[in-house]
Unconditional design. Sequence first.
Length: 186
Amino acid sequence: MLVFLDFEASSLGKRSYPIEVGWAFETGGGESYLIRPASDWDEWDPKAEAIHRISRDVLIRDGMAHDAVACRMVEVLSDHDLLASAPSWDGKWLSILLRAAGFPRHRLRLRDSDDAHRECALAILKPVVPVDRLVDEVTQLLLRTEIRKPGEAPAHRALADAEEERARWLLVRSEARKLASAYTAA
């Protein structure tokens, strides 16, 4: 099953760490956790805080222990297809979280949600769209199904951003089915 995942982080620096994680299953439902920092996680950027609006004090007070979050993720997300809109950043923070909890850094793996959007459109359109039109139709469909306007920022909250990626995947699927029906009817 596809699972759309997102992290918020302490900064974009070398020693940044995850502060919130959220995920949304393709079928609906999901989870989100504020992450209490490990004792050696100390890099904090006030500019990042201004974007996600989560203070370090809130994490310490209300966050779940980092190892408990990692255990929950391994328990719930193993054997699923994990997707992120920024897999290099989200993968870095996932790796940090897993290693801090004693798991191998690749216990869970992410791939780019754009790949899932493209795969969804291709799977639906390939049987009915002529080969010479397929790439163009998929490209145009993906452009039409952008959720955010150009330059519009994401919510910068983990669950909301994960749910937005899921919503885009659902929109891609819906629009691809409509286009496939139009080709079939023609």
